[in-house]
Design a protein around this ligand. Structure first.
Ligand code: SF4
Length: 235
């Protein structure tokens, strides 16, 4: 079947284990205030591609994936095209390619659940720590993300948690302690990472004619992030 993707990035060392090819799916139902990929929001953007054609592109880089690497499906929100995603996941599985699903965990459909079962790894963003903040800063739901995390455990899929730390929004010790608590509660969680809010996307927003809501917010200070990481790894 066909799906819509925005772009393919090869040679990433930041989107899961090893060296990976990242597929950015087109379309996202959320509007995170710090989003770095606003060009993936529009469900009618990007380009249509057959699952088999996409797979053949991904398989071409097979030799570079090595023992630990593979393909990461990101976006946008890949689970909004879960049937298409499942088809590619099955093709990758058949070829022995490691697959990771980078998701906001905001989609709860039978096909999305099947994708979680098929993926070797889920990388789940825990963007905020309360229902109120989720709604305010992302348009999503905290309880839905926790339900999703619970399902990752039931599916037996290893899960990494990620949180983008944004100055003045979620850069507190309490936020990080709560994240550590979530990581300890759900046994499928194998790793937790903090990512610094950066402003590399400012130009993209300008090109798209969209106001970047955090234009006046500074990038996250690396030393302050390191202090928060100490809390995360001490808990
Ligand atoms: S879920 Fe990802 S792509 Fe969608 S708005 Fe949030 S950061 Fe952007």
């Amino acid at each position: 079947m066909k799906g819509r993707i925005n772009s393919i990035y090869t040679g990433s060392a930041l989107d899961g284990p090893g060296i990976r090819t990242v597929v950015f799916f087109q379309g996202c139902p959320l509007r995170c205030i710090y989003c770095h990929n606003p060009e993936t929001h529009d469900f009618s953007g990007g380009e249509e591609i057959e699952a088999e054609v996409l797979f053949s592109k991904l398989n071409r880089y097979c030799a570079y994936y090595g023992k630990n690497g593979g393909v990461t499906f990101s976006g946008g929100e890949a689970l909004c095209q879960a049937e298409f995603l499942c088809e590619i996941l099955e093709l990758c599985k058949g070829a022995g390619i490691h697959t990771a699903l980078d998701t906001s965990g905001c989609v709860d459909t039978p096909a999305a659940k099947r994708a979680v079962q098929l993926a070797d790894l889920v990388i789940l963003d825990i963007k905020m720590n309360s229902e109120e903040d989720y709604k305010r800063y992302t348009g999503g739901s905290f309880s839905a993300v926790l339900d999703f995390l619970e399902f990752c455990g039931k599916a037996g899929t290893d899960t990494w948690l990620r949180k983008v730390i944004v100055p003045g929004i979620n850069d507190t010790k309490q936020c990080v302690s709560e994240l550590a608590h979530i990581a300890q509660t759900y046994k499928c969680v194998k790793k937790t990472e903090l990512l610094p809010f950066e402003k590399l996307c400012t130009e993209k927003y300008k090109r798209l004619g969209i106001t970047f809501p955090l234009e006046d917010t500074p990038a996250m200070d690396k030393a302050a992030l390191a202090e928060l990481e100490k809390i995360l790894y001490a808990e």
